[in-house]
Design a protein around this ligand. Structure first.
Ligand SMILES: Cc1ncc(C[n+]2csc(CCOP(=O)(O)OP(=O)(O)O)c2C)c(N)n1
Ligand SMILES: [Mg+2]
Length: 796
């Protein structure tokens, strides 16, 4: 296939794609109305900006193994292309932005037409391509998936998207990790949502990408412009174009041929050759010339893409006009602009599309339908079959071994469990990949890394080891290593987990990614975490240390909100165990859960366990005395379901203490101290407020829908609590995490937790200061369940 041969069909398709996208937007009933009752949204202009580039890519350049993150607002163009390729239905196109219709932003999980990577939160899809490329290298370096050709990971990027920091964090990491096979194509229309972007950014980008080892290809002039520059006076025109400020260029694109002529004549029109160059063109020819930026010129973009044959990461800066080909082209207010019905009508006629035939694929084309169809049937990108690959679930051992010391922390337990897994030569162990943003050692991944090594495509020895200097941790890199060490950027951690956690679908090779970080820094990567969950990546995030329990380590690192994040984040099952035997049960379950797909709600706990998801473990560095017990299947199930009775309340109980996590010793102590003055005090261990809450909500919903016998786990547990009994809940985190328990059966509830933070101190000082020590629990119990004074309550 040569460019020249395909050019007429490609340019017909380019026009068709833009028409279909525009019609789809015009047709959508779900666009927002503004105060004047006019429909806005649909991102017509933003889409149009990429019509040429995406036509060239999808119909010519891309191979089936390539993967693309499409700029969110180019979703209509993407869907139009998939429609032409027979992968998108007219019904979904008609329902664009509506219920079950084509999505406003390309969505892996909600769209039906093979979206490779979701986008929407700008910048994240971009970083996703970079980490997906690293994941591809990881998988292949381990000898997996080599039966498939290597793909390029391609991001289509709005220029204003480059203001997002995570893009640059990713570029830095990519350089460290030897990034290959990654294309970033910048839609350099010099417009953002609000306005026109700063001058000369391209030069900054060029230097920046070059600095990090990328090739930079600038696609500035279209073929009409290139030809005109060769005419006498052409160099003057080129200089004028190069010096024209962004807002002026945009304004003139919008204003059209006559405005171009006036401006050019005013500024350079008295100089012989260039005057003739301008004068010999009609207004519309002059507009076509001036609007012929590289990114709207098929020959120019095809040439740029085809010449990029190396695996060096490559950034294309393609000059474009936002809204190109449409009446709003270039206007700075066009972001939410829509064409008026009159404009659409004129556009329809200009495209030779008959009324009632707007959706017909070949309507109005000057090339015979069967010829276009034959071309579409041959399009390379569409030849690969299913784009969502599948990889079978890996068997997880029945039980994860762990040596439990009498006193240890959950973080210690985590390191110990992974270390035990790392000993084994199982397939399960070989598919675990750990990653951490410079907190590998301090989150206790060290023993695992010592066993399994760090990953790099090239071997790198540990100098301390080769110099025979004793050191606790081996720091050896090799293609067989199973830990990916990242720089301190939590955003990168979550996008890396997002990429690793989609490997089963992208590479057909299942990985079991485990990422560690400090709990408070979940907030720093929260949008990335949300993004990873939204595209249904599967991973385990282990956050430690957490809460004020890290005590003297740093007031600034005390996390409060994270348990609530764990509860509310869709696609993430959150746990906060107190004991290491609980953790072992939870991790075993989690490795299985991460691999599930599809299925129904379980009536046992009203959770959607069969659909699977990712898992968040909130762990602690606080050493806690461990219970001596054998783990029964029933207890293991309760731990996974979210709670169990450490001490069931008796029939006369006035108080039940409910705790989560590292605060267990204080809860136990308080219950012991109250026992002399309060009968039958109960103690409930909550291992997952998230799952308890979700099960409760789902069971209520089921009852409202007529399943009268639906009961969630927490409802069954609280049935053991007499109606007049009060609950005191406590955790090292925001009190709202457990406060809802009172609403389950209407028990009076006092919820203790941490609302303010920042004070360093010894653990006991801090627990007292923030009111989650045993005395505070007793005081709360005394206040909410008055009765005989509790003697062990000290006067405050
Ligand atoms: C993280 C994030 N912040 C804000 C937005 C809202 N937003 C949508 S598009 C856009 C500007 C996009 O400009 P650009 O990337 O240049 O694309 P263009 O509109 O020029 O096609 C903004 C700010 C968003 N989608 N994501
Ligand atoms: Mg832009």
């Amino acid at each position: 296939m040569t460019t020249r041969d395909n050019l007429p069909i490609l340019s017909a398709l380019e026009r068709k794609v833009l028409w279909l996208a525009s019609w789809m937007i015009h047709n959508a009933n779900h666009l927002r109305e503004n105060a004047d009752g006019l429909k806005v949204g649909g991102h017509q202009a933003s889409s149009a900006s990429l019509a040429t580039i995406m036509t060239a890519l999808y119909f010519d350049v891309l191979k089936p193994e390539d993967r693309v993150a499409v700029k969110p607002h180019a979703s209509p163009i993407f869907h139009a292309i998939q429609y032409l390729l027979g992968k998108q239905t007219r019904e979904r196109m008609e329902a664009f932005r509506g219920y079950k219709g084509a999505q406003s932003y390309p969505s892996r999980t909600k769209d039906a037409d093979d979206v490779d990577f979701s986008t929407g939160s700008v910048g994240l899809g971009v970083a996703q391509t970079l980490f997906s490329s690293l994941t591809q290298d990881y998988v292949r370096a381990h000898g997996w998936g080599t039966d498939r050709p290597e793909g390029r990971m391609v991001a289509l990027i709005g220029d204003a998207e480059l203001d997002e920091g995570n893009i640059f964090e990713a570029v830095l990491e990519g350089w460290k990790q030897g990034l290959r096979n990654c294309w970033w194509i910048i839609d350099y229309n010099r417009q953002s949502l609000d306005a026109v972007v700063r001058e000369g950014l391209w030069e900054r980008y060029e230097k920046l990408f070059n600095n990090f080892g990328w090739n930079v290809v600038i696609v500035k002039y279209g073929s009409l412009q290139q030809a005109a520059f060769k005419e006498p006076g052409g160099d003057r025109l080129k200089t004028w174009i190069d010096n024209c400020p962004n807002p002026l260029y945009s304004a003139l694109v919008f204003a059209g041929g006559a405005a171009w002529r006036k401006r050019l004549n005013d500024e350079i029109g008295d100089q012989g050759d260039v005057s003739r160059l301008i004068a010999k063109r009609s207004d519309s020819e002059l507009a076509a010339l001036m609007n012929n930026l590289g990114g709207h010129d098929l020959p120019a973009v095809l040439e740029a893409f085809r010449n990029a044959t190396s695996d060096t990461p490559t950034c294309f800066i393609c000059y474009t006009v936002k809204g190109f080909g449409l009446p709003m082209a270039g206007h700075k207010d066009n972001h939410a602009g829509l064409m008026t019905p009159g404009q659409v009508e004129a556009y329809r006629k200009a495209q030779n599309v008959r009324e009632g035939h707007e959706w017909d694929k070949f309507e109005g084309l000057s090339i015979a339908a069967d010829e276009v169809q034959a071309f579409l049937d041959r399009v390379r990108f569409a030849q690969g079959g299913e784009r969502r690959l599948k990889a079978p679930a890996l068997p997880v051992p029945e039980k994860l071994a762990v040596a439990i010391q009498p006193t240890m922390s959950t973080q210690g337990g985590f390191g110990n469990i992974l270390n035990e897994i790392g000993r084994g030569d199982t397939e399960f162990a070989s598919r675990i990949v750990t990653t951490s943003p410079d907190v590998t050692v301090s989150t206790n991944l060290g023993p695992w890394v010592n066993r399994r090594g760090l990953f790099a495509r090239e071997k790198m020895a540990d100098t301390f080891k080769s110099e025979a200097i004793p050191s606790t941790f081996h720091w050896e890199f090799s293609p067989a290593g199973q830990h990916i060490e990242l720089g301190i950027a939590e955003a990168n951690l979550f996008i890396n987990l997002s990429a690793l956690g989609l490997s089963h679908s992208v590479n057909g090779v299942r990985l079991l990614p485990v990422g560690t970080l400090y709990d408070p820094f979940i907030s720093r990567g929260l949008d990335q975490l949300n993004y990873a969950c939204y595209q249904d990546a599967r991973f385990m995030v282990v956050a430690t240390p957490s809460g004020i329990s890290l005590a003297g380590e740093g007031g600034a690192h005390q996390s409060i909100a994270e348990p609530l994040i764990g509860m509310s984040q869709d696609g993430l099952a959150a746990f906060e165990p107190a004991y290491v035997d609980e953790l072992a049960v939870i991790m075993r379950w989690a490795f299985d859960y991460m691999q599930k797909s599809g299925g129904e709600v379980s009536e046992h706990n009203w959770l959607r366990d069969e659909t699977g998801g990712s898992v968040y473990l909130r762990l602690s560095t606080r050493p806690v005395e461990q219970p001596q017990r054998t783990m029964s299947d029933a207890l293991a199930q309760e731990i996974v379901d979210g709670a169990y009775w450490l001490r069931k309340p008796g029939p006369n109980a006035q108080i039940v203490v409910v705790y989560t996590g590292a605060i267990a010793p204080e809860a136990i102590e308080a219950v012991g101290l109250m026992a002399e003055d309060r009968r039958d005090v109960g103690l409930m261990a909550v291992t997952s407020a998230d799952r308890l809450n979700a099960g409760w909500t789902a069971a209520q919903r089921a009852r409202e829908r007529g399943l009268v016998h639906a009961r969630s786990h927490i409802e069954r547990l609280l049935n053991d609590v007499p109606p007049g009994c009060a609950l005191v809940t406590v955790l090292d985190g925001h009190p709202a995490t457990l406060a809802w328990l009172g609403a389950v059966n209407g028990h009076r509830t006092r919820s203790l937790g941490v609302e303010h933070f920042g004070q360093t101190g010894a653990l006991a000082d801090l627990y007292r200061h923030y009111g989650i020590d045993a005395q505070s629990i007793i005081a709360a119990a005394q206040a909410i369940a008055p009765g005989r004074p509790i003697r062990h309550l000290r006067a405050l």
